[in-house]
Write a protein that binds this ligand. Structure first.
Ligand SMILES: [Zn+2]
Length: 90
């Protein structure tokens, strides 16, 4: 009677919502606040760009530009080596 695979009205609205989210422009946090050198000792700042499993979030999630994403990754890796940020969730 009811086919699960057929696109329903709710499915269509979900798809349009997802497209709207993709179009929304994200701004690089470091460009906006004109931070050029990312300090590896600033854990609160680095924590924003880590997932709940302490993985580095991709650019598409946080909207960081390529230059700052590279510097951020270096800072996070340095902080991990200095045992300021854990490598994995315990
Ligand atoms: Zn930037």
């Amino acid at each position: 009677m009811f086919n699960k695979n057929s696109p329903t009205r709710t499915n269509r609205t979900n798809r349009t919502n997802r497209n709207v989210q993709q179009i929304q422009q994200k701004h690089c946090y470091f460009c906006v606040n004109s931070i050029n050198d990312i300090d590896y000792k600033n854990i609160e700042l680095l924590r924003r760009f880590l997932s709940s499993y302490y993985k580095i979030l991709p650019r598409r999630k946080r909207g960081t530009c390529a230059k700052h994403q590279r510097r951020l990754a270096d800072a996070i890796k340095r902080a991990r080596f200095m045992a300021l940020v854990p490598f994995i969730k315990q």
